[in-house]
Design a protein around this ligand. Sequence first.
Ligand code: AMP
Ligand code: MG
Length: 705
Amino acid sequence: MAFDTFVVVDWSAGKRAPKRPSKDAIWIGVVQAGVERDPVYCRSRQDAEAWLSAFIAAEAKAQRRVMIGFDFPFGYPRGFVERVTGSADPLVFWDWLEARITDTEAGENNRFEIAEQLNACFDGIGPFWGKPSKTLWPDVPYRKDGIVYAACAERRQADLAAKAASSCFQLAFPPTVGSQVLMGLPVLSRLRRLHDVAVWPFEDHATAQTVFVEIWPGLIETAVKEVSDDPIRDRVQVRLLSRALAGLSHDALADMLADVGDNASEEAWILGAGHKDALVAAARAMPTLTPPPLRNDCFALPAGVDWTPVDDALALLKERLGPVVRVETMPLMQAAGWVLAEDLVAKRANPPHPNTAVDGYGFAGAAVGDGPQVLPLVDGRAAAGRPFGGVVPEGHAIRVLTGADLPTGVDTVVLDEDVRVGGGQVAFHGPLKPGANTRKAGEDVQAGDIALTQGRVLTPADLALAAAVGHGEVLVHQRLRVAVLSTGDEIVEPGAEVGAGQIFDANRPMLSSLCAGFGFEAVDMGCAPDDRDALRGFLDNAAAQADVILTSGGASAGDEDHMSALLRESGAMLEWRIALKPGRPLALGMWSGTPVFGLPGNPVAALVCTLIFARPAMGALAGAGWHAPQGFDVPAAFEKNKKPGRREYLRARIRGGQAEVFKSEGSGRISGLSWAEGLVELPDGAVHVKNGDPVRYIPFSSFDL
Ligand code: AMP
Ligand code: MG
């Protein structure tokens, strides 16, 4: 089974790293469902563990399969683990370490004590060596001199195959791989118990939701060296290696997973050892690659079905389509209408501090009882942006203005309208509920809450929220580019000369502006003649310029229906015979990796199929998720006898609280489209609609029209 998401973790054995992204911290590279994310910076191992745990859970929920690479050995040279635990199973040693290693947020840990314990299992000095002090931890030698690697080798088979100079027994002086293993394996041991994880190559990785693999950035050093625009090497490494893994073909990755040395079941293996050139090539190639998560068979229909019900067709599309657009950061001021590409976590609470909701006088609520109250006023006041620096003693009050942070000693405010002030005192009637007229810190949003979820099309109110919780820019999906193409020998440009048998292109202006209304970028591809070679050129051109192709005409199986013929020829076409009126078969397929929606040529059918099928599907491709239009029941102002078998959409509008439908159902009647303000949806089965019966009405505004 293939992987959807690739993560590469550059581990660290060091202390808590600075707030500002720096090297020697933990860096995590992510290519999620084909979309490259900005590498994640973790200041501590605890941060990294929490991030990974949340990420693994979220990807599992989204049913994405994840491969996570860690850059430290998963095992020790043969013989080591058995000597320590009595079992040759490396995962037993993971748990052995997990039970013993302690680690704090600041990075204080007991790894040298544990190394002393491990050394005690072996004769002579070692195998672990290297420490920051010449005198502490007497059972860990300062230097390697004199250690004899007899009971187990100094390096694993994998280290030799990858030509890695480091050893998992070296605890200090770079490369400190030995320390990374001691501090890393306990984390992996916990993550593996918490989630559905298989550890390669020890466990069967074919079906697990998440697979841990050992990687080594040294394998792609050639590609890393070529990057000159990022001073943080660790960040470059995780970015390139996650790209490389994501960019490998399914077969190439399967080969690497299968190609392990004889001792791998005990010593583990470095993914890609012996495949350096392929990894380097993939690391170099990815930057220009746009995410290709759609598979060529994504439009396949279940075999044997003749007419597919609308809901089944929608469910299939919903299940198979995902974002195909890259992400970028965007200043908040320009982000309205863009699709949010990650959950936006509040960096700051709203309100950030407790403050007063009114102009008045603040005091400690607990000290105020029933009846008349007179409190001496302290000097000074608190106003918005000008907090009071001092402390208000219990039994005293202070002048406060709306929006001001509550001074220390104040938790309750009495309104200006309810007080008398004079002689340095304020008088009012109790009781007052403690906390009255104040806003609690975080009562709206707490720091760390998810303020906005991924996939939202950002509204003006969303921008206000994002700003309030501390974001000046957001990660958004680039706009989905939709190539709009008409087909047919009879079609000419609107307003141009028309010859015999010709008609104007009504679909292109309609479909282009629909796409723009949906928030996409319409790319006008003109009109193609009914000629297979010419049409091929148009499709190539469209695939090169857009993320999805919307065509109209030629979608059936007739002689001149070249769109369906071409898509069939390319091996990736499916004629969707959907039980829908109006709308003849849809031709859904892939052209050079780009999804094609082949709509019927008829403008009425083209519009209905766009609204019902293409719009939600393109929303999913754009990263905004699947959105069904919202309809509601209204009484019918018409009569209709509908046969079973097909769902039917009527051009409709509401007048006097009732749904009226266009006088003719003829699917060439464009004037009826323009007349309509929405659609009436009649169910798949037979219905006899009488005047006043409820029918489902979907206003065009529900389709962003
Ligand atoms: P087709 O799907 O190519 O068989 O076309 C069905 C009907 O829609 C035919 O009457 C076409 O002339 C008409 N048609 C196709 N494309 C367009 C278009 N772009 N504008 C207006 N009518 C069209
Ligand atoms: Mg045609």
